[in-house]
Design a protein. Sequence first.
Length: 562
Amino acid sequence: MKNLILSFIILISTPGMGQSQTFQNGMVVSAHPKASEASIEILKKGGNAMDAAVSVQFVLSVSLPIAGNIGGGGFLVYRSADGNYDALDYRETAPLKASRDMYLDNSGNPVGQLSLYGHLACGVPGTVAGMAEAHNKYGKLSWQEVIQPAITLAENGFELTAAQASELNSNYQKFLKWNPEGTAFTQKNDWKEGDLLVQTELAQTLKLIQKHGSKGFYEGVTAQYIVNEMSKNNGLISLEDLKNYKAIWRKPIVGEYKNYKIISMPPPSSGGIALISLFHSVEDYPLHQYGFQQDKSVQLMVEAQRRIYADRAVHFGDPDFHNVPIEMLLNKENSMKRMKDFSFEQATPSTAVSAGNYSHPESFETTHYNVVDKEGNAVSVTTTLNGAFGSFVVVENAGFLLNNEMDDFSIKPGEPNLYGLTGGEANAIQPGKRMLSSMTPTIVEKDGKLFLVIGTPGGSTIITTVFQTILNLIEFNQNIEEAVAAPRFHHQWLPDEVFVEKGAVPQQVRERLNQKGYKFVSKSPWGWVDGSWGRVDAILINEDGSLSGGADPRGDDTIEAY
Ligand code: GLY
């Protein structure tokens, strides 16, 4: 019965796609129909997976203003058809004028919500530099061609989905607080589903990027608009910050689980290392036999999560500023040692796991997309403004939103932050440093062949969501649609609670585990009661090489394929 309900949700949420349809030539799965539609056209006209991925990023900056962006940052993981890997870090950086205690008053207490909203919350954006790097190294079509769909969409407008209309309406006051009237995102009457969102200024900015490449953003008119916006409002980003910004190619994190190879994002994301450590922690237990969300599987996965999130709080930060002990964290013996004190008899209290610091959860609005082309090249990208609509600052005359990524730093290491939580010294603010992330764009091989391209938004739940979705497929016999749609649970060391989505973990299992010391709460770590989290998008490569897609029914996510 549960499978029937999931199938129904999926059939109505991916128009034109039946369950388990397979495709031969290429697939795009993203959080907005316009982005998936535009980039499948790029593939059809001979572009490769990277051309399509760059195109999706720019289209999402128009069609998904809540998270898609040119004013934010992200991570990209790539696997070429012949099995080479690469990872691109286009995470934002702290401005040169940023300082460790910039969000604290004279007594050392956090001031208001300075790291969350407005000009001081903005990191130096990385997206345009990232896309230029990605396209330059791996693209096939011209830069002009891959950006054009975004420009057309910004100029002509697109119809808002019901969810988008409601998100803009509920944030109306915040847009007005941080911007003069007249940005593209507010109007006198409430937005309705089907209303056209036209972004003329953004179209102009995209044209500059189309014409001048990365310099169309980091230098010249656009850079000046950003700096004007900052200087009028006590923000910190300078022309020097913009000119210095660099996207960085990094060595992907690679680990093994049975006959699968997991390829994911290295620091400054905690995602790849934490994901592989989770797999290492559970590999020697018969998860398949325990069953999907049954007593032993839930307990084992929660205990593994508790331990790696404790490590995350202490050891993770920007590797160019902090020595992240990558080898140690990726060592399977080490993960197994961490599980030694775990017993199925009772919960391990989080206080007994580590005396280290606790990481604060990132907020929710990030977005993920995947592309596979007909040669078998695969791209997995997670990109973000951090919170919904980022800092809410729309750059005057340039029409795009700036991120509030500065809040992903530990604004006061060792002490509770604005969420009542604490972070580690490794993730303290320093000029030019990248803030720690949980984003986990991931590619999985099975027996040496491309098997899965996957990722999700969801702040601190990203890692556990990717982990569970992969296990749903490979241990719990779910198909790709079921694996993506299945309700999820999450533990992040502190608070010592198991967060559960609606429908996750049967009541009887919760009651029995309750007796062993587990506390289940029906909310997300950021407090949404009975809410859901994550929007997993995935592409599965079947044994015969055909492609199947999974687009999360929790959002407007869409599969396009041919
Ligand atoms: N801002 C969400 C993350 O980077 O994890």
